[in-house]
Each structure stands twice: as structure tokens, then as C-alpha cells.
Design a protein around this ligand. Structure first.
Ligand SMILES: [Zn+2]
Length: 246
């Protein structure tokens, strides 16, 4: 069976002399892999396509037994420019792509993940300034959209609204508690500013994510809450440049 699909390339590797394998995200398949046989020799079939972060219109063939995908041809739709020369931004993008891969997006969440991936690449390409916490923000946002959305508006026990107040983020339940309710389990103190930051990440387009926020405390609170949440609910920890399943 042959079909065309738009894909964003997450990672590319070589196997044998002329052949390439591609790990990609598609809006229909989610994260998948395909082989591009002879791609190292045939520039004509994949002109300027087979690089990480490129968006490609791909002609894909499923093998007869359905077990493998072969990339037959590709046309470049979108390729980053700034990210190719700005190593800091490229590093942030690579971290986000690794998370997509480790998360293991299936067909159900594919369309949403694809839309977010494109928004994130556009933001890293176009934003005047980007926070070094961008990948952390991205983890929260992707997890939120894939069914693990934390509840940040009100205390999950008494219902008190928390905007402008802050409280405790309870990692296991993925919800907030106010300062007067019991805060058992693994809780992270969240000041009003840190809580507002997480709400922005959860709701606004990546281009509007803050790149500056006052104080180390805000950053630390956000990082502890997001890392704890991702570890507990998604089962992934960032360690030595890779995501490890726990
Ligand atoms: Zn409460």
C-alpha cells in the first residue's frame, strides 16, 4: 500500500552504505520509522529532504506484510534556517524532538502532536528570544495535550480559585492544593508567578511562552513541578542527554 503524508523528521541514521533510516512524526501515524533505500546515492528522490527538523511531503510504501515502511520519495515543504546556524536554539529543538520520540506518540494523539511540533519549530525559528527552559515547557504542553493535563486553576480539594495566590502542586494527582488544605504526597510549592507561568505554557501558543521571568525561585518551582509530573505520569526522566523510561 502506498500513500503520501506530511512528516517532520526527528532523526536520521545511516545503515549500510547507501541506505538511510528516518524516525519521523506524522499527523496520521504518530512517531514511526521508515527506510529510505539508496537515499545516500539518490539525491533526486529526496532533494534536500532527509535532515532532522525538516517538514517533508513523503511518498511512503508499506511492505506487503505491513511490518515496515519504505520512504520512496520526498519533497521539502519547510526547513529551518536559523536553527541550522544557531547552536543554542538547535539544542533546544533537539531536546523537544527527543521528547516526542520518547513519549511515543500513537495514531490517536498524532494530529495534535504534529500541530504542536510545527508550532514549536516555528517559535524556535522566529521568536526574538527563547528561554533555556523552553524544552521543559514543551514537555508540560505535549503531555497536557496527550491526555495528562494538570489542573491548575483551583484547589482540587476545596475548589478555591488559585490565580494570584499560588499553593502546592500535588504531583501524583496532577492538581493544585491551596495553602489551607492538606498537602500530602509529593508536593511542590508554587508561588503565584510560577503557577501563572505554567498556566501560560499550558494554554498559549509556544511563540507567546515567556522567555524572561523574575527570580530563580520561579524557575525552580516550575522545573520541579514539571519534571516530577512527567516522571510520575509519563514515566520519563531526562538524564545525560537522553530520556530514560522509569
Ligand atoms: Zn483547598
Amino acid at each position: 500500500m502506498e500513500f503520501t503524508d506530511t512528516i517532520v523528521i526527528l532523526r536520521v541514521g545511516k545503515f549500510r552504505e547507501a541506505d538511510i533510516w528516518v524516525r519521523f512524526l506524522s499527523p496520521t501515524l504518530g512517531v514511526a520509522s521508515a527506510f529510505a533505500f539508496g537515499a545516500s546515492r539518490s539525491r533526486r528522490r529526496f532533494p534536500g529532504c532527509l535532515d532532522a527538523l525538516n517538514e517533508v511531503l513523503a511518498r511512503i510504501k508499506r511492505t506487503r506484510d505491513g511490518s515496515c515502511l519504505n520512504l520512496e520519495e520526498g519533497t521539502l515543504l519547510n526547513g529551518p534556517r536559523r536553527l541550522r546556524v544557531d547552536w543554542r536554539r538547535l539544542g533546544l529543538a533537539a531536546n523537544c524532538m527527543k521528547f516526542i520520540e520518547a513519549f511515543g506518540i500513537g495514531q490517536d494523539g498524532a494530529a495534535k502532536a504534529y500541530a504542536l511540533c510545527k508550532e514549536v519549530l516555528a517559535a524556535l525559528e522566529e521568536a526574538g528570544s527563547v528561554s533555556c527552559h523552553f524544552p521543559l515547557f514543551f514537555r508540560l504542553r505535549l503531555a497536557s495535550e496527550q491526555g495528562y493535563a494538570p489542573e491548575l486553576d483551583a484547589c482540587q480539594l476545596c475548589g478555591r480559585p488559585l490565580a494570584g495566590r499560588g499553593g502546592f502542586f500535588q504531583v501524583q494527582s496532577g492538581g493544585m492544593r491551596c495553602s489551607t488544605c492538606p498537602s500530602g504526597g509529593f508536593c511542590v510549592t508554587m508561588g503565584a508567578e510560577a503557577l501563572e507561568l505554567l498556566r501560560i505554557i499550558k494554554e498559549k501558543t509556544p511563540l507567546a511562552w515567556p522567555h524572561e521571568f523574575s527570580g530563580r525561585q520561579v524557575r525552580e518551582q516550575c522545573a520541579r513541578a514539571v519534571e516530577g509530573f512527567i516522571q510520575y505520569h509519563v514515566g520519563l526522566v531526562w538524564e545525560h542527554g537522553y530520556f530514560r523510561r522509569v
